[in-house]
Design a protein around this ligand. Structure first.
Ligand SMILES: C[S@@+](CC[C@H](N)C(=O)[O-])C[C@H]1O[C@@H](n2cnc3c(N)ncnc32)[C@H](O)[C@@H]1O
Length: 477
């Protein structure tokens, strides 16, 4: 085993400003030997050349050990952390083919270029802290140039792809966001310009705390019609089945051209079977306005004892708006009094973010339920000749809506619903008399809720009746 020279240290200033903990700073979340073995076995079974293999974030060497079981002439491991690399060196000390190097792998982009047949890695990632902002480093990367900062995992993805020879194989763990987030489409586009994704496997949180996926890809530009296998592993037992699917290319396969928007396996695997006896229209066709609430933060975020009620996510209940649940007010004319965030009777208020309340919707039925909406909320204004707001507030509680909602949630830590995707949600549009019946029932239930006499069971029965009506189950409805 040869020890290569030390590279200049990473930008330690930036990291240590915020942390002492190594996991957070260096993204040291280690891969289980079972998952690593699975990744290496699948990827090497698709290789025809075994000159050199690389893990540019090797940690204690879980991938290196497995690579050394194959006939690679050279296996290179890089890690920025000297302590973890020492452990790695001790464990794999007899290997002449192994080359370890301590330093920031990103600075080695040029040196590593097109040298490897195989790259397997679990690079550092952390949504909040794992950003690279050093201009001279960013400039070296296509995904970094012209940006002030870039997520470290995207730069590692580029490093890995560039380190491969043509036709080489990549097996990499990446955060779900790279595959799912709208803002990451440019990363997916970049990937497909240089490599062909073969399979993307979503991992449950039993594998890593952060929602992650494994990507298998070959270094060769993707064709729009190339098929990508999408799968989800709930636990290590599922991996065997998925390996079989990858080998025989059987399972859920989607062409590259349909994935650039959204490569998240879960979003494609959970495709709900949408069905209604009524015409289904995208939400955007039923609205004349959709806007975001708005508020102030920091010193300008001030509430008063009276004034205009503050409509927060808390006040949006399945029974309708309940301002008593928050009880804060905005002083008239204060910076918090934002005209564009003012709700009015007939609006539907939709919670766009927040575990537990995301996707909740309520129609504003009375003047004393209006107020200034928080920026966690969207305000929807319906074309009431097409859809009644009360009907939508109830529809948002049905499974037809909830299943669609699951597919459009975005984000790893803070989950949110982007407006653009919400507009595309399909809404069944029954004739007005049918909508009226449900609107009246919603009003009556809401008014009894205000008097403290409505029950959760009654609401559940009403939502179930709506679900039956929408699918044409007349007896049950
Ligand atoms: C998620 S851990 C993975 C370790 C190992 N490959 C595994 O899967 O168990 C990421 C590793 O990358 C290292 N690392 C963080 N930033 C790095 C950088 N810029 N260059 C090289 N290694 C880095 C960390 O020290 C850590 O060992």
């Amino acid at each position: 085993m040869s020890q290569l020279p030390l590279l200049p240290p990473m930008d330690k200033r930036q990291r240590s400003r915020h942390f002492a903990r190594r996991e957070k700073v260096l993204g040291q979340f280690f891969t289980s030997p079972v998952l690593a073995a699975w990744m290496v076995e699948i990827a090497t079974s698709m290789l025809d050349s075994f000159h050199a293999a690389l893990d540019p974030a090797c940690g204690d060497g879980v991938f290196l050990r497995l690579m050394l079981r194959h006939e690679f002439e050279t296996v290179v491991g890089i890690d920025v952390d000297a302590t973890v690399l020492k452990v790695c060196a001790q464990q794999l000390n007899d290997e002449k083919r192994l080359h370890l190097r301590c330093g920031d792998a990103l600075w080695l982009l040029d040196e590593l270029r097109e040298r490897f047949d195989f790259v397997a890695t679990n690079p550092p990632f952390s949504a909040k802290y794992g950003r690279v902002s050093e201009p001279s480093l960013l400039r070296r990367f296509e995904l970094g140039s012209s940006r002030n900062s870039e997520a470290i995992e995207s730069l590692f993805l580029e490093l890995c792809v560039r380190s491969l020879r043509p036709n080489g194989m990549l097996a990499i763990v990446l955060p779900e966001g790279i595959f799912a987030n709208l803002t990451q489409e440019r990363v997916r586009q970049w990937l497909c310009r240089y490599a062909t994704p073969l399979a993307i496997v979503s991992l449950s949180r039993t594998f890593f705390a952060a929602k992650s996926c494994v990507l298998f890809a070959r270094k060769k530009p993707a064709n729009p019609d190339d098929l990508v296998l999408l799968a989800h592993a709930e636990n290590e037992t599922d991996l065997t089945n998925i390996a079989q699917q990858i080998r025989c290319q059987c399972g859920v396969l989607k062409p590259v051209k349909e994935l650039l928007n959204d490569m998240s396996p879960l979003h494609h695997l959970n495709v709900p079977k949408l069905h209604s006896v009524f015409p289904m229209l995208p939400l955007k066709a039923l609205l004349w306005d959709m806007r975001s609430g708005s508020t102030e933060y920091g010193v300008s975020r001030q509430f008063s004892d009276h004034g205009i009620p503050f409509v927060s996510a808390k006040t949006v209940t399945p029974f309708g708006i309940d301002l008593r649940r928050d009880g804060r007010f905005v002083a008239k004319g204060s910076p918090m009094d934002k005209p564009q965030a003012k709700t009015k009777v007939g609006d539907v208020v939709f919670v766009r973010v927040g575990v537990g309340c995301i996707g909740r919707a309520a129609a504003v039925l009375h003047d004393d339920e209006t107020g200034i909406a928080d920026d966690y909320l969207y305000i929807l204004r319906f074309r009431t000749d097409l859809l009644l707001p009360e009907f939508f507030a109830l529809f948002a509680q049905t499974r037809i809506f909830q299943q669609q909602l699951e597919r459009i949630k975005r984000g790893t830590g803070t989950v949110t619903v982007p407006q653009r995707l919400l507009r595309e949600i399909l809404v069944p549009v029954p004739p007005m008399d049918v909508q009226q019946q449900f609107a009246i029932a919603y009003h009556q239930l809401h008014d009894r809720y205000r008097n403290g006499t409505a029950s959760v069971d009654e609401l559940a029965a009403l939502v179930t009746r709506l679900e039956h009506t929408l699918v044409g189950d007349k007896d049950a409805a």
